[in-house]
Ligand binder design. Structure first.
Ligand code: FE2
Ligand code: FE2
Length: 278
């Protein structure tokens, strides 16, 4: 297994207790008036409260295997950040669902059921491998968001600020679950397997949530697929450049800080135009 690598200088995990003014705007097509682009982000947001609570519980269960005091400190930072993300995305999701006449509980139910089943039948280390895989996906999605300005082009500024805040903190804590996994004796084979499962589940959950969010909006399935594909995979698409860092996860020697997160660092230092950084 690889040694835990250090994160870049001055890039500590800093939980920011932000509260976003999103109730009214979350109910609209806040991403440039596009129902499809808005639904992609809203579908992702709908997974966060349940998912992030699962990450927190999973890391806490294996925390006792960590002896390094620096990593223990980082675990505290990680859980604090994820708890605040979960709170803000819950407010976000409540507003989205209230506006569309949807039930948050119903939309979360398939993920809750899957977690309940896995907690009954699968060992804690396997849950941590799943968390490590999810954390890598959120970190590379965050990096793509900072790298590809088209991702939030035309988005309402408060929503863009929320996604940037979340993306920055995902970058700050991206190696915590991984380093705990290494300390707990996790294997390369198990984390590779976990990534295959997580990639499949995330894609399926995203499609299911999008179809609930867009039902009754009068859009043809063809238009939804075409707009989604162009937005994500087009020439200046939101996922441009993500294939390589995704594949890197399967390398034996992989560590999350192999990818420097340099754009998130620039955002944090205020070198990019984001008023909430000051
Ligand atoms: Fe998060
Ligand atoms: Fe995270």
């Amino acid at each position: 297994m690889p040694q835990a690598r250090a994160k870049p200088e001055g890039f500590d995990i800093e939980p920011r207790n932000r509260r976003f003014d999103i109730e009214a705007v979350a109910a609209t097509d806040w991403h440039g008036g596009s129902p499809v682009r808005t639904a992609i982000f809203n579908a992702l947001s709908l997974m966060f409260p349940v998912g992030e609570q699962y990450f927190i519980d999973t890391v806490k269960r294996l925390r006792e295997r960590v002896t390094d005091p620096v990593l223990l400190d980082e675990v505290a930072g990680f859980t604090a950040q994820e708890a605040i993300h979960s709170r803000e995305h819950s407010r976000y999701n409540d507003a989205v669902c209230a506006a569309r006449g949807l039930s948050v509980e119903k939309l979360e139910a398939p993920i809750r059921r899957r977690i309940r089943w896995a907690q009954k039948y699968r060992p804690p280390l396997e849950h941590l491998a799943m968390t490590v895989a999810y954390e890598h996906l959120t970190a590379i999605l965050a990096d793509a968001m900072f790298r590809n300005p088209a991702t939030l082009d035309g988005a309402h500024p408060e929503m863009a600020a929320l996604w940037h805040w979340h993306g920055l903190e995902e970058t700050e804590h991206k190696a915590v679950a991984f380093d705990v996994y290494v300390a707990a004796g996790g294997t390369v084979a198990m984390r590779r397997r976990a990534m295959l499962i997580v990639t499949f589940n995330l894609t399926r959950d995203l499609i299911r949530n999008m179809s609930h969010l867009l039902r009754g909006r009068g859009l043809s399935p063809f238009r939804i697929w075409r707009e989604t594909a162009t937005f994500l995979f087009g020439r200046s698409g939101a996922l441009k450049g993500i294939a390589r860092p995704y594949r890197d996860f399967y390398r034996r020697s992989f560590h999350p800080w192999d990818h420097p997160g340099d754009l998130a660092i620039r955002y944090r230092r205020g070198e990019e135009d984001e008023p909430w950084f000051v």
